[in-house]
Design a protein around this ligand. Structure first.
Ligand code: PRP
Ligand code: URA
Length: 213
């Protein structure tokens, strides 16, 4: 898989895989589903931020002065894709509380399966920030590609995409359109079905988070 998709990073920590099994279960309640999405996002964010640059800082401990490490480099923005990406925001902000949050509203047209953009609001200084896009589902790739297009148009150079489940079709499409983007994900599933839903998947992420079905 690494050879086929060099920019796909699968986060397979046992705790994450356990939570993912609960998330897939059709009998998991909306309340539990929301909590699990947030917890899984937190664990994936831990991996997605592994390469954050550090700089030295002088600190005086109760014992002596020493040189320690703190996060350096560019500031971050997280960009949830509405609606389902909203479920991942708190879990990521717990790790990166200073990140600013932009929003992109996209839905898949049920007939064409193509993304329709209905909202876009980025922090003013977005072009000076690195961005991490949040969306639990990477299916055909249409929504993620449209969101990356918007960020690049706004001047963002360094973009990561975090999802919970991905289909091979979506990973291929995203990495063909944007080979510079790294994808962080907890499972690469088998395929898409005839409705462009991920198999085995978890169903409609937005509906399960917000209880709209
Ligand atoms: C879902 C999901 C992604 C998109 C993925 O959103 O949260 O944004 O589908 O599919 P794609 O890779 O084929 O574009 P949906 O369109 O159902 O909107 P919602 O979150 O508002 O329910
Ligand atoms: N969007 C979802 O919410 N689920 C899928 O399986 C595909 C797209």
């Amino acid at each position: 898989m690494k050879e086929e998709f060099p920019n796909l990073f699968l986060c397979d920590h046992p705790l994450l895989q356990h939570k993912l099994s609960l998330l897939r279960d059709k009998d998991t309640s909306s309340k539990d589903f929301r909590e699990l999405v947030s917890e899984i996002a937190n664990l994936i964010a831990y991996e997605a931020t592994r390469d954050l640059p550090l700089r030295d800082q002088e600190v005086e401990t109760p014992i002596c002065k020493t040189t320690t490490k703190v996060i350096a480099g560019k500031k971050l923005a997280i960009i949830p894709i509405l609606r389902a990406g909203l479920g991942m925001v708190d879990g990521v902000l717990t790790l990166i509380p200073a990140a600013k949050v932009g929003h992109v509203g996209l839905f898949r047209d049920p007939e064409t399966k193509l993304p329709v953009t209905y909202y876009c609001k980025f922090p003013k200084d977005i072009s000076e920030r690195d961005a991490i896009i949040l969306d639990p589902m990477l299916a055909t790739g249409g929504s993620s590609i449209a969101c990356i297009d918007l960020l690049k148009k706004a001047g963002v150079k360094n973009i990561k995409f975090m999802c919970i489940l991905a289909a091979p079709e979506g990973v291929k499409a995203l990495l063909e359109a944007h080979p510079d983007v790294k994808i962080f994900c907890s499972s690469l599933d088998e395929r898409l079905n005839e409705h462009a839903y991920i198999v085995p998947g978890l169903g409609d992420a937005g509906d399960r988070i917000f209880g709209t079905k």
